[in-house]
Structures are given as C-alpha cells and as structure tokens.
Design a protein around this ligand. Structure first.
Ligand code: WTA
Length: 647
C-alpha cells in the first residue's frame, strides 16, 4: 500500500451505526452487550469459552480441562469427545429435519435443495462408502471437487468417521494437487469428472489421474458424475460415487472424536518454498466457527445465507459448510462465475433465492463496480439484510459502493479479518453493535486479544503502523504445520515474543479500531487468494529456459495485487515474446490459473544484496512504475538497476 493510501485512510472519518432496530433482533444487541462479553472474556477467558462450548455444542463426553497451553502448543477442551458432523446434522434432525440445509445452484441453472434429513442420509451413505474402502479414523482423504453439494457431503462424511480431509481448490493444477497428496499422505481422492466454469467444463479427473500417478500412497479415487464428461476409470482404483453409495445404509454412527483429534489439513502459501499444511482439530474449531457464524452473520432460522467462497479455501470450510450448518442455517452454494451468463448473475441469484446474508471478497466488489450499477439495479435485492467481506483490505470507496448499491443503505457491513491459520474470524464488526468505518475491520471478536506491535512486542501508539499479533490462544487456532512443528514455531511464535504473528501489517486508530494494511512478508494477495512469491519463482525456474526468477506484487485496481515476474534466462536462450507466453503457461501448469503472472519481464540480472538476497522492494517499485525510493546502498551491483530500468 502506498503512503498516499495510508494517508487517505487516516482521514477516513465516515461512520455508520447499526441500522435502527437491527440490534433488537440480533444475537449481540448493542455496543454495551459487546463490551460486556469482552469484559467477561477478559476476566475469565477459559470460563467464557467453556460456557459457550457447553451451551452451543453437543458433547459425547465432557472435557476435563478447558485449555492446556504450553507455548506454542494449545489443547482445547482436553478429554472432551464430540463429532463435528453430529453437531452439523444429527442434532438438528428433531427440530429442523425438513429445513433446507444446503441450497445449491449449478452454473447451468439447475437447483438442488437438501434438507437436514436428506443431507444427513447422504453424509451417512458416503461415510459408509469410505468405510467400505477401508478408510478409518486418521486416514487422510483429499477432496478435489467443483462447488457442488457433494463437496460438503464428502467433508462431513470424513468428519463423521474421523478421517481428516484436505480439500484442494479445483483451480489448482494436477502438479499442485500431487504435491499436496504427497505431503498429506492421502489414501483416497474424492473428485468429479469436471465442473462448470464460465460456460466451459473444467476437467478434474484427468488432473487427478496425472497427480495420482506420482502419489503412490493413494489407493482409491472416488469420482462424482457431474458434467457427464468421458473419463478414464482405472479398475480397482477408481469408483463412481453413485455406484459406491448406492447400496450403503443411510445410518452411520458418528465417531466420538477427541477434541484434539485432527479434523483437517488445509494448504496455504507462506514465505518459503512449498505451501504448508495448516492443521485444525475438532473441538475448538467447531466451537469457534459456530459462535462466530452466529454472532457475526447473526444467523436466524428464517435466513438464507450465502458465502461466495469455494470450499477449497478456509472461508469455504468455516463459513460455507461447518459454521452455518452447526447453527442449523440454510447455506447457499453457487457453482459458477459471477458473469455467467451475464454480469447480473449474483443479483439474480439473490432475488431468486431470497438471500438475506451475503458474504464475498473485495476483489469481487471492485469487479461489480466496473461492470456498472445497472446490473444490480435490474434485480430485487430487498431480501438482503447483512453484507460481509473477507480476504483482503477493502478500500473505502468499494465499501461505500457495497453499502449504497447492494445494501441500499439498509444493511450493516461486516469487514472480517482472519486467516487460514486462525480458523475463524478474528477482527470484525458485530452487525447490531459496532459502529463501522469504511476500510476498517473494526474490533476483535469477544475473547480475542489482538494488538499492533513492534518487533519486540511493544504495543504501538495509535496510528503507528506495526505487526498484527494475537496475544492469547483461541479455540480455532492452528495447532501446527502438518509434519513440520519447527516451521510452526518459527513462522508464528518466534517473530514477536509470546504472541501469534499473523504476517500482516496494521495500525489502530485513536478509538482502537484496527486497519489492516496487508502482508509484511513475501506473500501476495491476488483476488483475495494468498500466493507465496517463492512458490511462483520455483515454478518459473523449473522451466529449462529460466536461470533465475523474482516475483513481486503490483497494486491492481481490481485484483488488489497482480503478479509481476522478472526472469533471467540461460545463456543460449533467445528472449522472445513467445517464450514469455510459454512461461506464463508453465506457471499455470505448475500451480494453476490463479498464479498466472500478469506480466513477465526479461532481466539481464536481478538486483541482489551482497549476501545474495533478491531485493524485492526495488523490483516492486519498478513493477509499479513508481520512483525508486529508499536505500539502495546494500545493492551489490548498481548497474543491474540501471539496466532493469531501461529494459
Ligand atoms: C488478508 C482468508 C484485510 C490478510 C480468510 C490475511 C484481510 C490473509 C482481510 C489471509 C480483511 C483477510 N482485511 N486483509 N478483512 N481478510 N485478509 O489465509 O493479509 O486465505 O493475512 O484467509 O488475507 O488469507 P487466507
């Protein structure tokens, strides 16, 4: 973010109180109510979480200890036994059996509604099918699917029998899938023949075939027939979903899981090489996603709730599937693109399904702004009562547009800051309580102790930028990095003394509001998706023509950041425009379309420090066309810079 933007945010002084009357019907009714909860959590953090865990969730066996904290290892609700799928399904059957749990629309327009009773039966059949393949407690199942109800069925089926899942976003390439299958030691892959995206079929099964050929631990592939595409099926290894579940019983007891049993692994980008497997466990995750869904989205029985994320991301895990279903809500899923068949599709869906709560990413909002106000104006958006954003900082102008055009100045906006690692929303308004300021995620959720600090861990004075940290363990925090506890300690608990280091820069204003500025590490945020610059660099250098590569983010009006790469080529290689195209395609093959560089530039050499580190700061300035400010004295060879500038 430029200093100009920071400056303008400092002067953002518009304020929006909750709409009149909203608080009355809301779970959290007022600022006083919010403050009471915070005070209660402050006075007795363990008692605060324990009371909620007791009143909000079903436990087979109560815990003996609320929290066992040996920095950096947390164990929540020690000795307690529960099942997430039970909390999402079984306990609603009595009261909400015929209520729609999952409402879904495919890109071509077909609609499906699964009631809690139907979803429960589907999940049980699928869980029994997994068991029939020999999958049991602790066996990792990878899920690589389009956004169809079966993706949720597969996740819940795994949770039901205690098989940890690792969901891989369907936009990742076969190579990226392979790396995750190997790291997670997955035994089974659940996929589909393909999915619909922008009117075309995204072929998933062929990518699975490629990946599984190099991941020998995978014994079975379960394939859903979604698009009717011809696919190769390997006898013994591959099974059609519909055949596998056909004869299975619709009853499958939910396994009593230990509160700290592994629930899922989700890969996310970090500063170093390969994506890391973020580990979440059962009890704390269930509680925190449940209570944040309830209080932040103010879920009530008559609401239809739509979070536009794919289940391949943490937002899809916590706020499409587990949080809403644990609350007995109706969660809406849409498979396709927002401009298929035209840019009015989302608004048409809101009108058609009477969506009340809508949660999306700032990058989508900026795209809608570009498409123009006419599209939303054609539809009846009066069902909306609450809006949310997630994934990146929202610029105040996009916030104002969302408020005015979509919310029609009637709906509170919750700008929610959180991460794959935090499991659930950490800093956010509560819609009936918080006075919002466009561009600020406002205040921590009750029980969350967030701060902005310097490297030594001292709190920064108001309006001074620093590192965003969390000072106390919370129920849904990541437990470790899968099979790499050292990386967990190093990344999150060693940067600032005795605090969780989020990797984001932020400041607090004089009223204590948090303004998150973005990553302070080598992670870039493209359309709300996290990508490690190192990851893209390794993809580039794996091409034989490339000698060295450096990747940086450039501010982008729609995507937040765009990927710009600088490459040096091997000596005999010709620097043609065709090669640049080939390199872009190569990154797509290695990682997926989401990592396709916007621009690749040839360089004779890359600017490095004397110790050999690439000076990304200089490249960032070059990529965005801004002046080269700051210190260049550590640069090893100044002529490199001159050449890059000319090039
Ligand atoms: C960024 C997504 C500003 C941040 C849930 C964080 C945000 C990263 C916000 C996590 C927000 C997320 N305001 N920045 N409301 N929400 N971020 O793991 O940089 O995909 O560290 O989790 O997104 O991305 P992740």
């Amino acid at each position: 973010m430029s200093s100009f933007e920071i400056e303008s945010l400092l002067h953002e002084n518009r304020r929006f109180a909750p709409p009149a009357g909203f608080g009355e019907g809301a779970w959290i009714k007022s600022l006083e109510h919010y403050r009471e909860l915070c005070a209660r959590a402050e006075a007795d953090p363990e008692g605060f979480w324990a009371d909620l865990a007791r009143s909000e969730l079903h436990w087979f066996t109560p815990w003996q200890q609320v929290l066992d904290w040996q920095e950096p290892t947390a164990r929540w609700f020690v000795g307690g036994k529960l099942n997430l799928a039970y909390n999402c399904l079984d306990r609603h059957l009595q009261t909400r059996g015929d209520k729609v749990a999952v409402l879904w629309e495919g890109e071509p327009g077909e609609v499906r509604a699964l009631t809690y009773r139907e979803l429960h039966a589907e999940v049980c059949r699928f869980a029994n099918a997994l068991k029939a393949l020999g999958v049991g407690k602790g066996d990792v199942v990878a899920i690589y699917m389009p956004l169809v109800p079966e993706a949720a069925v597969a996740m819940l089926g795994c949770a039901r029998i205690g098989a940890p899942h690792t969901v891989v976003f369907g936009g990742f390439s076969g190579d990226a899938l392979r790396d995750r299958l190997i790291d997670a030691q997955a035994r089974v892959v659940v996929t589909a023949d393909g999915g619909w995206r922008k009117g075309a079929i995204v072929p998933l099964k062929p990518r699975v075939d490629e990946a599984v050929a190099q991941a020998p631990g995978v014994a079975h592939v379960i394939c859903l027939k979604r698009v009717g595409q011809e696919v190769a099926m390997e006898p013994g290894r591959d099974h059609w979903w519909h055949e596998l579940v056909a004869s299975r019983s619709a009853e499958c007891p939910a396994e009593a899981m230990d509160s700290e049993d592994l629930l899922f692994i989700l890969y996310t980008s970090g500063t170093t090489g390969k994506p890391k497997g973020v580990v979440h466990t059962t009890g704390g995750y269930n509680l925190y996603t449940h209570i944040t869904s309830k209080w932040i989205f103010d879920l009530h029985d008559e609401d239809v709730y739509w979070c536009t994320a794919d289940v391949g991301w943490i937002t899809g895990h916590s706020y499409v599937v587990y949080g809403p279903l644990s609350n007995g809500a109706t969660t809406f899923m849409f498979e396709g693109a927002p401009n298929q068949p035209d840019p009015g599709r989302f608004w048409q869906l809101i009108e058609k399904h009477r969506i009340g709560i809508f949660y999306t990413a700032p990058t989508a909002i900026r795209t809608f702004i570009k498409w123009g106000d006419d599209w939303p104006a054609r539809y009846d958006l009066s069902s909306l009562r609450l809006l949310g954003t997630v994934g990146e900082p929202i610029n105040p102008e996009a916030w104002m547009w969302y408020h005015r055009v979509i919310g029609q100045e009637r709906c509170p906006i919750v700008d929610t800051w959180w991460q794959t690692e935090t499991g659930g929303i950490m800093i956010t308004p509560l819609p009936g309580a918080t006075i919002t300021k466009p561009g600020s995620a406002t205040m921590p959720f009750p029980g969350i102790v967030a701060d902005v600090v310097d490297r030594e861990g001292n709190s920064c004075p108001p309006n001074q930028g620093g590192y965003l940290v969390i000072r106390r363990p919370w129920p849904s925090m990541l437990r470790t990095v899968y099979r790499d506890p050292e990386r967990y300690r190093q990344n999150y608990w060693s940067q600032v003394p005795h605090a969780y280091f989020a990797g984001d820069g932020a400041r607090r204003d004089e009223e204590g509001y948090f303004w998150v500025m973005g990553r302070v590490d080598d992670v870039i945020n493209v359309s709300g998706h996290r990508l490690g610059t190192m990851e893209i660099e390794s993809a580039l250098v794996s091409h034989p023509a490339v000698a060295e590569a450096a990747v940086v983010g450039r501010p982008d009006e729609i995507k937040g950041e765009a990927i710009v790469a600088f490459v040096t080529v091997e000596s005999e290689v010709e620097t043609t425009p065709q090669l640049l195209e080939e390199l872009r395609a190569h990154v797509v093959k290695e990682i997926g379309a989401l990592a396709r560089p916007e621009e690749i530039r040839y360089a004779e050499a890359l600017p490095k420090t004397r110790s050999g580190k690439i000076m990304r700061r200089l490249l960032r300035s070059l990529a965005s066309g801004s002046d080269l400010t700051g210190d260049t004295s550590t640069l090893e060879d100044r002529s490199v810079l001159e050449k890059l500038r000319e090039g």
